[in-house]
Design a binder for this molecule. Structure first.
Ligand SMILES: C[S@@+](CC[C@H](N)C(=O)[O-])C[C@H]1O[C@@H](n2cnc3c(N)ncnc32)[C@H](O)[C@@H]1O
Length: 251
């Protein structure tokens, strides 16, 4: 008998394996401050319905549920959602967990706010995949799930950082293609569970591109800030930082 085919994407496999260790990462240690920051941006009525896309182990979902919001957490990784479910039970909060690829997500337009933080699926593409079509699909699906004027907070990787790091020798080695802005290489990541070799295939976007895509997807982008985890503030982007923050509303 042949063994069942593993249809998981590379990122699904990565996060399934990483899930038990994810919250040991330094960048996950600012959840309460991040939720304070989000709730300080726009008024969100108590009890509102909030959508967390690429919710991971549910750290923001759980903190929002703790504060009385009705939360739905969506993620592609069964491993991450298993951790999220366990932690929500420990915290005594009720959250709707949905295992779905955010590029295929179809929800009724019933949510009063949404977050997609620490990438939450943005840019996490497969080899050869069209990064713009991928991220735009996620943005559109989030916009479709929101009521008019609903706040949406997103943090995603900063394209400037890649441009500033790449050198002609990276281009010569095939690691970076300036014609497409695609990076394609193997990297060893030092993770809490030990070193892992990750095949990186990514096309990051610079903020004006992201703003164009968000607008195309049905958002008004009110502000763009530096958004690296642990350094959230209403401040300009630093060119070499890891993440950028987009403060939006459904148009
Ligand atoms: C770096 S984690 C961020 C998790 C969480 N938002 C946080 O701030 O801790 C990225 C998450 O996005 C999920 N993800 C990646 N691609 C996705 C997709 N296409 N649809 C839904 N979730 C996805 C991963 O499984 C992972 O849990």
């Amino acid at each position: 008998m042949s063994s069942p085919v593993d249809t998981r994407t590379e990122w699904q496999k990565f996060f399934d394996g990483h899930a038990p260790h994810y919250e040991q990462q330094a960048f996950t240690q600012n959840t309460v401050a991040e939720v304070d920051f989000f709730l300080g941006l726009y008024p969100i009525a108590p009890g509102s319905k909030i959508l967390d896309v690429g919710c991971g182990t549910g750290r923001h979902s759980i903190e929002l549920a703790n504060r009385g919001f009705e939360v739905t957490g969506v993620d592609i990784s069964a491993g991450m959602l298993r951790e999220a479910h366990r932690k929500a039970q420990e915290a005594g909060v009720d959250i709707q967990w949905v295992r779905e690829d955010a590029t295929k997500l179809e929800l009724e337009s019933a949510y009063d706010a949404a977050i997609c933080l620490c990438e939450g699926g943005m840019g996490l593409i497969g080899h050869g995949e069209d990064a713009e079509a991928h991220d735009l699909a996620i943005m559109r699906n989030i916009a479709n799930a929101l009521v008019t004027n609903a706040p949406f907070l997103m943090t995603a990787l900063n394209g400037y950082q890649v441009i500033r790091q790449m050198k002609d020798e990276h281009v010569a080695a095939g690691r970076f293609d300036p014609a497409t802005m695609v990076s394609n290489y193997e990297d060893e990541w030092d993770l809490p569970e030990g070193a892992r070799v990750v095949k990186v295939y990514e096309r990051l976007f610079i903020p004006p591109e992201m703003v164009r895509m968000l607008t195309q997807a049905g958002f008004v982008v009110d502000r763009v800030f530096g958004g690296t985890a642990g350094q959230w503030a209403q401040r300009p982007i630093s060119l070499d930082e890891i993440e950028v923050m987009y403060v939006c509303r459904k148009a």
